[in-house]
Design a protein around this ligand. Structure first.
Ligand code: URA
Length: 242
């Protein structure tokens, strides 16, 4: 059976890869800034085959990628959403060209730092976030209050957080027990404000929270707060083949 190659409008193709709004792209095409397979094309509706035709804008090749994957070191003060009327979002931190349909995989609170995966791969996101998949998320936290072995035990048994919800067992490791304690927590679900609520239920307060790992993917220590990079192929594999 013949494989039908699906054509896409040139303006839509360029815009969807993040090279301007549809209007800007149309203007650029009409101005003669776009080539397809080395031919100057001035018709925004010209049909291109994704992944086959070679498209350039201002002599820059635009390669088609079905999926894009980024690792962001989320700083405090930005929202894990695609848009927000008041705050900067994690997507605003992606300054390089990227697909238009990216979203963050799960949410970190506005004041939480650390590893955030940004992609347009819905299936991967679902597999990482579904409570049924039990993907481990590792956090480092500083806690107002002396964290004790009783807290460790309570986390192991699951903590009652919302009126009638008891969390799945969580691993709490005390790194330093003091007036301000330092801990590592591993949870396998991602309820809203989960870690803060778990400590609240133990009469303690999270004063700093950072996600260090998701599944087998660790936050790259080279990435400074607010920095991001493309995930390596082997890192994507780590996430897919848990
Ligand atoms: N738990 C929280 O309380 N906040 C986060 O951002 C992540 C996990």
């Amino acid at each position: 059976m013949a494989i039908v190659e699906c054509k896409m409008r040139l303006d839509k193709f360029i815009a969807s890869m993040g090279f301007g709004s549809r209007k800007e792209v149309k203007n650029n095409i009409r101005k003669g800034l776009v080539t397809v397979n080395d031919n100057l094309i001035k018709d925004p509706g010209f049909g291109v085959i994704r992944g086959k035709d070679r498209v350039t804008l201002k002599n820059q090749p635009i390669t088609y990628e079905d999926y894009q994957y980024f690792m962001l070191h989320k700083p405090a003060g930005v929202i894990s959403a695609t848009e927000d009327p008041k705050h900067k979002t994690v997507l605003d931190l992606l300054t390089s060209k990227h697909r238009k349909d990216l979203f963050p995989v799960g949410r970190l609170d506005i004041d939480t730092e650390g590893l955030l995966i940004i992609t347009n791969d819905g299936e991967l996101a679902h597999n990482l976030l579904s409570p049924k998949k039990h993907v481990e998320k590792i956090y480092y936290a500083r806690i107002q209050g002396v964290v004790t072995e009783e807290d460790v035990e309570a986390f192991k048994n699951g903590v009652n957080i919302d009126d009638d919800y008891t969390t799945m067992p969580a691993d709490l490791k005390i790194l330093k027990s003091d007036q301000v304690s330092k801990v590592e927590i591993i949870i396998k679900e991602g309820k809203f404000h989960q870690i803060k609520k778990m400590f609240e239920a133990r009469d303690k307060k999270v004063i700093y929270l950072k996600r260090m790992a998701m599944g087998r993917l660790q936050l790259d220590p080279e990435l400074k707060l607010g920095e991001y990079r493309v995930l390596k192929v082997e890192e994507i594999e780590l996430l897919k083949n848990r």
